[in-house]
Design a protein around this ligand. Structure first.
Ligand code: FES
Length: 107
């Protein structure tokens, strides 16, 4: 039986409420965000034309792409405003001992 991977991302104190940042996991960038103490992890590149989402804007649960302003719900990765049509993947995360971990890897 395969054991699920648990990948450390950052200390929870590194990300204040309403902030987001990019972390590297297996050579890929992952966007990590804190909305009112809930943590979310998604790919850091927009599904429309690949802009780096960590340089966009986070307003509540709404993530805006910096390039053409597509909007995503950070809780689900769903598109809530074009021009993007493809949702973003969501990666499961958990906090333990003051650190945030990504569960299961990126595949
Ligand atoms: S690259 Fe994000 S909306 Fe175009």
């Amino acid at each position: 039986m395969e054991t699920a991977r648990v990948i450390p991302l950052l200390p929870v104190t590194a990300l204040a409420h309403g902030e987001m940042t990019a972390c590297r996991v297996d050579g890929e960038e992952v966007l990590v965000a804190n909305v009112d103490g809930q943590y979310f992890a998604l790919p850091n590149f927009c599904s429309h034309a690949g802009a780096r989402l960590s340089t966009g804007r986070l307003k509540g649960y709404e993530l805006s792409c910096p390039l053409h302003r597509a909007k995503f719900d950070i809780r689900s990765g769903a598109v809530i405003g074009g021009p993007a049509v493809e949702p973003l993947r969501r990666y499961p995360v958990v906090t333990e001992g003051g650190k945030l971990y990504l569960l299961g890897g990126l595949r």
